[in-house]
Design a protein. Sequence first.
Length: 506
Amino acid sequence: MKLSRRSLIGAGLTGAAASAFGISGIPIIPEHKPKQVKNIIFCVVDGMAMQTLSMADQLHQMIYGKQSYWAWLMEQDFAVNGLEETRSLSSIVTDSSAASSTWGSGRRIWNGQVNVFPDGTKLRTLTSLMSSAGVKCGLVTTTTMTHATPAGFAVNSMRRDDEPGIAEKYIDAGVSILMGGGDKNFSAEKRKDKKDVYTDYQKSGYKIAKSRDEVMGWRGDKLLGIFSDSHLPFTIDRNNDEALRKSVPTLAEMASIAINNLKDSPNGFLLQIEGGKVDHGGHANDVAAMLYDQLAFEDAVKVAVDFALKDGETLVIITSDHATGGPSLNGAGDEYFDSTAGLHSVMGMKATYGVIQNDLGKTPSDKLVQDVIENRLGFQLKSEEAAAITGALSNKYAFGLSEFQRSFSSTLAMVLGNHSKITWTSGNHTSEHVMLTAVGPGNGFAAGLTKNTTLFDIMLAAKGLKHSNPTMSFEDAKMHYEKLKESANADLVASHASPEELALWQ
Ligand SMILES: [Zn+2]
């Protein structure tokens, strides 16, 4: 007898039952009827390659003498693990808005858009469906509140980079609790149209908070917490700056505040928790930025899983949307002895590339480069290594570099790779499958390989809901997209900023 994983989901069996197959293949029937899902917590780390997960665990073991939280979690009997396929409609390599839209509408769409097809067809979103059914919804992130991943659960937008427009859409999208960055998209002084979007939220009953102090211990119904002008700072920069530690909550703190204020919802809640800056670290090929934000994300996962284990009616899904940067810790030296020392060197890194670029200015001397790198990252660069970095700052790249590596941050990363033994394939997203872990009732779906769009159906089904959005073929979408490009929205899908820009967007 062989049951497929999908039929197990259909039968409503729990992960414990789904994974409890003996060698004979005969399912073991659980003694007790599984609990229903009341709450769903969707933890997404943006841009996590498998090597990011591995290196974060290995680094955590070096620092704390024990596994990282996600690595530990994967070994537990109550967790079910598998992989998720990540592609979009326009490409095998997805961007974050198309990726989050697969979870938010159950459809693959064009990179650069949010829950729409290129002809303008809007897809009904997850938070709109959930909130209509009385499920209270929340989104917390370390990026701008209006960035691709939170937006992908909730709103429709022809352009992911229309963040001021997205800022106006969360009220109608049924999202009660919002925490992240991006004051520039809400504030009348900073928006081009001078509209005060905060007032709209206030009128709809949201508490507006701008600092960590205002939200720690907060109890209430609706919240819009915006803690920085743009994205929240990288964890490594926050850790090394007292003012940032005071003004900006950690992702784990935001997760805890959100859960505490969503948990009394009679019809349950849906919460997305995004560790958004692992992607930015990957784009910039900045290993310390990436790994410390990965560990900060895993702290937030612990908050979610601890709640779920106590509560017993909460399904926690932990995954990524795609991988970014293709990082690798490479074998180096005799018996690869230097590899361990290379990862160990990450412990000596005290700043992100953004801070370093700020220190260097536009035309530093080779000596200044050597001094800054030693002071901030703990490496003693050879003079030719420093010269490669000053060359990159003046757009003089070494002959033979691929198109993926012609940038300041890629050049810096290559030079540092001589010491850390960590190298990168590009500053872009990659196509690899990503990790998927699930905890709580109904978690059996996570075993094996899951399509990204399936998670939309699984989350709805967990709450007894079903919805089927329209579909569009690649050929039709391409035709509409070409038309759109010719029209006034020509800048539509130039969706991702360069690594240099991202490195500066702290
Ligand atoms: Zn990205």
